[in-house]
Write a protein of this length. Structure first.
Length: 246
């Protein structure tokens, strides 16, 4: 769902045709489109399960790719992909989406005609009783035929329903799970799987991507053990580690 401030004047700009991945700035036919800098306009999340799951996926990928500057991940954020859909106000943004080969920076929303016509590479929808029909129906169709979204996943944080699809020949084909039930994302070079009733990122090798605080604790523990081994070695050589020469 999207909302526009009726007090703001519309600007005239070129808008890409449905399914296009480039903005045609020389189009002879131009239509009125919303002003730049649109704010996201999404309804509140339904449960703590949904909010916590969205935050977890975003936080973990940002941590894992902390040294990268060529991606954008967000959640419960409006994706404005055509002026017509913006006016109709009948399309909710993805719960979680990832865009590759773009600038990593904060945004008010994802506005296609301000992002070089670039659509997301991966979308994850969190199912609920009120949204499942749309997520499995209308949204799936839009993602396949208009966005041409390479990979689409859905997960129900209460029932644990989990599925993923990869675009091929204009339609989605189910991604087969591996032996551990994880779904490999070719787009991201990672995998998604359920761990302790939460959807989590895994490395391509199948290792669970840790929580940042857990990773910090593990590093601290490794440093402590290393220091203990060094101290033990020095004492074995007759050296008091508490009285080392300066």
């Amino acid at each position: 769902m999207v909302r526009l401030d009726a007090q703001q004047p519309l600007q005239t700009a070129a808008v890409p045709p449905a399914g296009s991945v480039a903005v045609d700035t020389d189009a002879s036919e131009r239509i009125a489109c919303p002003p730049p800098g649109l704010y996201s306009d999404e309804p509140p999340l339904e449960t703590d399960f949904h909010r916590n799951q969205i935050d977890l996926l975003i936080r973990l990928l940002k941590y894992w790719w902390r040294d990268r500057s060529d991606f954008y991940i967000s959640g419960n954020l409006t994706v404005y992909y055509s002026a017509e859909e913006t006016k109709k106000r009948d399309f909710r943004g993805p719960d979680v989406f990832v865009v590759l080969d773009t600038e990593k920076r904060d945004r008010r929303s994802w506005v296609l005609w301000e992002e070089g016509g670039k659509y997301p590479n991966v979308v994850i929808e969190l199912l609920s009783d009120s949204t499942a029909a749309v997520d499995k129906g209308k949204k799936k169709d839009v993602y396949a035929t208009v966005w041409r979204l390479p990979e689409y996943y859905w997960f129900h944080p209460e029932t644990m329903e989990f599925a993923g699809f990869r675009l091929g020949n204009g339609h989605y084909e189910a991604i087969a799970p591996d032996a551990e039930g994880r779904l490999v994302s070719e787009e991201l070079g990672l995998a998604l799987g359920i761990h302790e009733r939460q959807l989590r990122w895994y490395t391509a090798a199948g290792e669970l991507i840790p929580l940042p605080e857990v990773a910090a604790e593990e590093r601290a523990e490794q440093e402590r053990q290393r220091a203990e081994r060094l101290e033990a070695f020095l004492r074995s050589q007759g050296i008091d580690p508490d009285h080392l020469p300066e």
